[in-house]
Design a binder for this molecule. Structure first.
Ligand SMILES: [Zn+2]
Length: 419
């Protein structure tokens, strides 16, 4: 058993690197839902969890669950976890760090038992890479891995249901993966995946809210024509029209505090050097902690696109691809996280997560909270993704303070899971 906190943090980082070596691709990390390298991850994590005194089981949705019992039984349980799947060409810490911190927190208790049990949850799927739908693992915990999701197919025509069977699991047992009513809360550590904590010089942040998100597609329809023979004042150029709107999107987003707006894709037709574009299709991704602001800005940007198109003699077609509500983290738990961060000697910065996380799904059923760990360079979803050992040490220290705070709070232990 490692006693020194710096050494334990070093071990967390080393374990993340070990997990990153279990990959579908040679030379880079890619680990999708129930892919063969998941078995190696499970085997390694199983050993670490058992050595720390936890019982381990794999649920029917492929989530690895380690249970560290309470001092007495029956007792409620606290869930701590994150996900094990990755994007292609991934880094070693997105998801895995949260799971390894959860394991290390149990190790840090060194056999000490709390008034509640701790269940470490290593989710099978969060990124949505294999089936184009994220959160398959956490949806099973809230009873929402339904028939529609189970019938989704991957690029090889294998359904979620078949993938579960192929891994040796029983889809009929998925309902038993749902959290039980003795579940107090869900807690997740995760790398920030952005540059905010680094810009503030802080190792940790308490997430207050997961941002609302709107995704749309806009098609500006003009008229394709000859680039040489059509005078400038007689054109209906779809790319120029889209460009005017894109620049306006950026400047409007900069003027609204906390709003992020991204035009990440543009495709023009017919797409030739000597032809005026007749059609330009662009995407919009809008995020803000307030879903009202998000919806209001989406409407404003739609009106703006219509105005610009009309003035230039073009028409507009649009559709909404995603409209996701903001998810508040539990205020009591957020305050407890902030207090635990303060006890490590750091200023407890409260922040909004611009990315979705498993905590967002669990929050539908139980109080949930997240703690972000600084991402050097703000880099994620890339092999250059990293974490500082000192920051992981702070995260572990913070986690143990948090467990002690919750263990001494009888009000918290009485809170029941939401129906
Ligand atoms: Zn993640």
């Amino acid at each position: 058993m490692i006693r020194n906190s710096r050494a334990r943090a070093g071990e967390v980082v080393a374990r993340c690197k070990t997990l990153a070596s279990y990959s579908e691709d040679a030379g880079s990390t890619r680990r999708t839902f129930l892919s063969p390298p998941m078995r190696n991850c499970h085997k390694a994590i199983c050993e670490w969890l058992r050595a720390a005194g936890a019982e381990v089981a794999l649920d029917a949705a492929g989530n690895l669950r380690g249970f560290y019992a309470a001092a007495d039984s029956p007792a409620p349980r606290l869930l701590i976890g994150s996900h094990l799947d990755t994007v292609p060409n991934a880094g070693a810490y997105d998801g895995a760090l949260g799971v390894m911190i959860a394991v290390a927190l149990i190790e840090g208790l060194a056999g000490r038992r709390l008034p509640f049990g701790i269940e470490v949850v290593a989710f099978s799927e969060e990124e949505g890479v294999r089936f184009g739908t994220p959160f398959l693992g956490s949806r099973a915990l809230i009873g929402k891995l339904d028939a529609e999701l189970l019938n989704r197919q991957d690029a090889n025509g294998i359904s979620v249901l078949e993938a579960i069977k192929n891994f040796g699991l029983n889809p009929a047992a998925i309902p038993q993966a749902a959290i039980t009513d003795d579940t107090l809360a869900y807690l997740e550590f995760h790398i920030e995946q952005g540059p905010v904590l680094e810009s503030l010089g802080l190792p940790l942040g308490a997430v207050e809210c997961i941002a609302a998100q709107t995704r749309m597609e806009f098609v500006f329809l003009g008229r394709a024509n000859h680039a040489g023979t059509t005078p400038m004042h007689l054109r209906h150029d779809a790319i120029a029209c889209a460009a005017e709107w894109i620049v306006a999107v950026e400047s409007i987003a900069k003027s609204i505090s906390g709003l992020v707006a991204t035009v990440g894709q543009i495709a023009a037709k017919p797409g030739a050097i000597n032809v005026i574009a007749g059609e330009a299709c662009v995407t919009l991704d809008l995020r803000h902690k307030s879903e009202d602001t998000c919806a209001r800005m989406a409407n404003a940007l739609i009106r703006l696109a219509e105005e610009i198109a009309e003035r230039r003699g073009l028409t507009l077609r649009r559709r909404t691809l995603l409209c996701q509500r903001a998810v508040e983290m539990d205020p009591f738990l957020v305050a407890q996280c902030a207090e635990a961060i303060r006890k490590t000697g750091c200023q407890p910065h409260r922040m909004v997560s611009g990315a979705g996380h498993d905590a967002m799904i669990l929050a539908e059923k139980v109080p949930a909270a997240m703690i972000f760990v600084r991402s050097p360079g703000g880099i994620s979803h890339d092999p250059a993704e990293s974490v500082e050992v000192e920051d992981v040490e702070k995260a572990l220290e913070c986690g143990l303070h948090l467990l002690d705070q919750l263990a001494s709070c009888t009000e918290f232990q009485k809170r029941m899971y939401r129906e």
